[in-house]
Structure formats: structure tokens, C-alpha cells
Design a protein around this ligand. Sequence first.
Ligand code: C2E
Ligand code: MG
Ligand code: MG
Ligand code: MG
Length: 285
Amino acid sequence: SVKAAGKGHYNFFKPELYANIKARFAMEQALVQAIELNQFVLHYQPRVNTISGEMISMEALIRWIHPERGLISPIEFIPIAESTGLILALGDMVMEKACSQISDWKNQQLPLVPVSINVSARQFHAGDLQKKLNVCLKKYEIDATLLEVEITESAMMGEDNAIIAELAAIRSLGIKLLVDDFGTGYSSLSQLQRLEMDVLKIDRVFTSELGKSREGEIFFKAIVSMAHALNMGVVAEGVETLEQLGILRTLCCDEIQGYFISRPVTPETMSELMLQRYLMPSVAI
Ligand code: C2E
Ligand code: MG
Ligand code: MG
Ligand code: MG
């Protein structure tokens, strides 16, 4: 409480902090309205085989089309949505849009690959995530193998029973589970294997170290060999350079994602990438 901070520590009344609270509140109200007005779209970023560049999957990434500000990054609004509970409505919307998009691509007879969606801890705690995913798959007549779920390593820390049960239920539908931003939390690999996580996505801070420091390479090498021994696949996030790709190839990292292959793109552009299927830039073939 404010009192507990002691005399002279009434931090709560610092003007800049007040401005911050006001800004968050304004953002929260704007978000509520944006959900009502359906001002969100999903962009899609391919995930490809490290050697061949074949698209293995794609990640759905939310963007807010703000009438005055244009495209707003999820980094700006997801944390606020999480702390206010609005993430539940947003999460439902993402699920719905992703399934509807898969269904559209299916009707256009495009060669489909799975779509991964990012799911927050709060959505796992709500207790109805598996049910909602199943309802959505049925509604759009989509096979469960066309959907994947990403949960950040930090969201699944602490052996939380609610999350463990929900993960198992989701996996039993046939939906693959990916650990997002791996390396930034401190879960053990054996714990992740027990939870039957299918793929580790190594956070891009580690990818950005490749070629700069020996430690980056050592970290990747250790993770890849342990993950493979435990039957998990490994993805490097945020691959931007040919040099990083070269190192990841020697380290036997299974898949990559990053600007070197493609930025997140609109559904229309993604249709073209699906037809292309192999996305490795010619300099790296
Ligand atoms: P994430 O799930 O780890 O997604 C990867 C982020 O890295 C994306 O940012 C992507 O655009 C960016 N990225 C991909 N390749 C590169 C690269 O080569 N270089 C660099 N510098 N960045 C790269 P984005 O789209 O801004 O999303 C940020 C985060 O917001 C996501 O991190 C995810 O945690 C969250 N997010 C996005 N969409 C959703 C959603 O639908 N639901 C939830 N709960 N979170 C979401
Ligand atoms: Mg992700
Ligand atoms: Mg990530
Ligand atoms: Mg991230």
C-alpha cells in the first residue's frame, strides 16, 4: 500500500507515474472499443526447414489497425490486454480469425500448412481453452493438425496444474504444442518433455548472438542436442542474416523463422508464399 512505502515515499503521486496510469487507462478503453469495432487483423510469418526452406508452418501475429495511428504492434497492446483480462476476448478473436483463414485457403485449394497461434497464460487459466479450440475446428471443418499452439516459456513456469491439464487436453485433440521464447525463462527440458511439448522456439536474443560470441553457438548446440534426445524439434526465432543461417545449419537446428526468410505478411501475400512453398533466398541455396 501507499502507507507501507513510508514517509516521503508516496511514489504513487509522481506526476509521470500518473500520466502513465492515464495512458494505460486510455489504451484500455481504446482496446475495448477496437474489439467491438473489429479493428484487428492477423499477419502470417512462415516457419521453414533450415536446409531446404520448405514452409513447415506459419505463425499468426495480431495487428491493430488503428483509424488514426495505422498498424499497431502487439508489443504495445498485448501486455495491457493481459493485465486487464481483455486478452480473453482478443484470444477468442485470434482463434476465430485463424480458423476462418485456414478455411478460406482450403476453399481456394491452396496447399495448406499448419497455423500456430500465440496463447497467453490467462487463456490457459480460464479452463475452457481446449473446448473453444475444438468448437472452432468443428465450426470451420478443419483438421486439428492444421492448428498449433504457442505458449511462452515464462507463462508455463512453476508446474501450474491448471496449465498442465489444459496442455494435455489440447494435445490430445492432435494440436501441436510449441514453447515460445525459449531460453528467457528457466524451465527444465525434462519438465517440457513431461508436458509433451513438441517444439522449442529459441528466443531471438540467442539467434542475434550467433556469429558474435562463442556462447551463442554453445547455447544452441546444447539445446539442439538435448531437445533431439527428448524428441522435441528446435526452431530458431529471428533469423536475419545468411551468417546466422549458416551456423544454424551446422548446429542441426530443424527450422527457422525470421526476416531472412520473410517478415510477417498479409493473408494475400501468404497465399503466394504457400504456392511457392520453398522460401529459401537464392543466396542460401
Ligand atoms: P512472438 O510470438 O515471439 O513472435 C515473434 C515476434 O518477432 C513477432 O513480433 C515477429 O514479427 C518478430 N520477428 C519475427 N522475425 C523477426 C526477425 O527476424 N527480426 C526481428 N527483429 N523480429 C522478428 P510481433 O508480431 O510484433 O509480435 C510480438 C509478440 O506479441 C509475439 O512474440 C507474441 O508474444 C505477441 N503476440 C502476437 N500476436 C499475438 C496473439 O495473437 N496473441 C497473444 N497472446 N500474443 C500475441
Ligand atoms: Mg510466437
Ligand atoms: Mg517468440
Ligand atoms: Mg516474443
